[in-house]
Design a protein around this ligand. Structure first.
Ligand code: NAP
Length: 457
């Protein structure tokens, strides 16, 4: 059994779950396909009501749902509650905007009167990670439920309780069976599902490694796909930045969710005149969080998601230091059975350092000093990734020009990286392709079906 809940705070096994059998997959495919055919006739109003019901039930069950996240992947309880809240807002957003998002586009052309209707495509496979157990599912589920695409979920193997809790809420809200089938599949079964002719597409959020494998399978079988992958996002401090704003934003931009956020700021690029002050801010702030029980609201540093994830991060930091990186703060082993990693600040990462172009998925900040905006942009763009950026400057227009110069899918000026249902989310380069949330997320798996009336020609 590969699906297990291991509490990362204590590193103890809580429960093992049975894997999905091939007959479970066949049942989910058959049920999903039948539902797709049934839904093609409409019923978006009904689905909108059900989706509001999902939001309501999540609100009523907020304490239990957030506790499950904290127990399975170690997120601090206040952050788990915030995750449930954003899920509620995403569900309500797509339910509220259903009519407008589905509205046909009218086309007046020389060839006739046309319109484009947005229709479902069919069953989707959804492969999701553990770092935001409900939010990642909701980003795909809410828009596609409104559209009428039934979904089969393969969630990360370390959060089986969260995956089942989400699927149960969808069922309790009155969604027909097959709307979201949670299957504890192995990788071979995911490939098998993608190859099946009843499946129309696959959405994956995860690492480059997982994304590349699933995208290969989607390509081989000509299935539409979206890939939301890793990042090595920059946080740029310009020479006119208000350093009290920097102090408010920078440490949290790295330490939220114990550093395990795709669009967290990971590389801090600071102009020379602000560098010393910036290092004081970061080293002081990184010394403050203290490890503790993530279910205690007073805890300031939660564990990472697993001991394995912590050990992988340690290997990256060790390799960075061996290659000449300087530890400005941290990197001391914390004495605990849990998956704790001391917040760490690294400097002197040369381009030939192994971590220079790697994502470090934990509480480790890499800081770089630059002499000009040009140098900051060149460094920011010298990356395989392109998810997001944060720019802090006293001149927002200048900051916008800098943000536009960075090869990413998202840029945030004088504020934290953020997410909301009305903001498109996604990246370029090895951070993936396609967008989730907003209209773009709604359209990702829509058949934009042209109907052209040429009778008058
Ligand atoms: P991961 O190892 O790629 O796992 C993500 C999901 O993909 C899990 O369900 C995993 O299943 C599955 N998976 C991996 N390889 C697969 C394969 N060959 N075939 C089928 N399924 C496969 O990623 P992770 O380490 O858990 O997640 C962290 C990564 O996600 C980071 O790189 C982070 O930046 C990225 N992320 C990106 C976004 C975004 O929106 N861009 C958001 C959040 C996270 P198992 O658990 O069974 O291995």
């Amino acid at each position: 059994m590969t699906y297990q809940t291991i509490n990362p705070y204590t590193n103890t096994l809580v429960r093992s779950y049975p894997d999905a059998g091939n007959s479970d997959l066949e049942d989910a495919l058959a049920r999903g396909h039948a539902l797709y055919k049934h839904w093609r006739g409409g019923q978006a109003d009904l689905r909108s009501k059900i989706l509001h019901g999902v939001a309501r039930l999540m609100g009523e069950d907020r304490t239990r749902l957030s506790g499950l996240i904290t127990m399975e992947m170690g997120k601090r309880i206040s952050e788990s509650q915030a995750e449930v809240d954003i899920c509620i807002s995403i569900a309500d957003y797509f339910a509220d905007h259903a009519e407008e998002l589905l509205k046909p586009t009218t086309l007046e052309t020389d060839t006739g009167h046309g319109h484009v209707v947005k229709q479902a495509l069919g069953v989707l496979i959804m492969v999701e990670p553990w770092n935001f157990p409900y939010y990642q599912i909701m980003r795909v589920f809410a828009p596609n439920f409104i559209l009428g695409n039934p979904m089969i979920l393969k969630d990360a193997s370390n959060i089986p309780a969260c995956a089942q809790a989400f699927a149960d809420i969808v069922e309790r809200a009155g969604a027909p069976k097959g709307s979201l089938s949670n299957l504890r599949m192995d990788y071979g079964q995911v490939d098998k599902a993608i190859a099946d002719r009843r499946v129309a597409g696959v959405a994956l959020t995860g690492s480059e490694r997982g994304g590349s494998s699933v995208a290969r399978s989607a390509g081989e079988h000509l299935k539409k796909s979206t890939m939301e992958l890793g990042g090595n996002d920059v946080f740029i401090v310009l020479d006119d930045a208000d350093m009290s704003e920097v102090a408010r934003l920078a440490p949290d931009a790295r330490l939220g969710n114990t550093g395990q956020v795709c669009c967290a700021s990971k590389r801090f690029i600071v102009m020379e005149s602000k560098y010393d002050e910036f290092m004081d801010i970061m080293t002081e702030a990184f010394a403050k969080p203290k490890p503790g029980d993530p279910s205690d609201p007073a805890t300031t540093l939660g564990p990472m998601s697993s001991v394995g994830a912590r050990d992988n991060l340690q290997k990256q930091v060790d390799a960075a230091v061996d290659a000449g990186a300087h530890v400005a703060y941290g990197n001391e082993r914390l004495d605990s059975p849990g998956a704790f990693f001391q917040p760490t600040v690294l400097t002197d990462i040369a381009p030939d350092n192994p971590v220079y172009d790697q994502e470090m998925f934990g509480p480790v900040a890499a800081v770089y000093k630059v002499e000009s905006v040009r140098e900051a942009l060149d460094l920011a763009n010298d990356s395989s990734y392109g998810l997001g950026s944060v720019i802090v400057s006293g001149d927002p227009e200048r900051a916008e020009r800098v943000a536009e110069g960075i090869e990413t899918g998202m840029g945030f000026i004088n504020g934290p990286w953020t997410t909301a249902p009305g903001l498109p989310f996604g990246g370029v380069k090895n951070s993936g392709f396609g967008r989730e949330l907003y209209t773009y997320g709604f359209d990702a798996f829509a058949n934009e079906h042209l109907i052209l009336d040429e009778s008058g020609r």
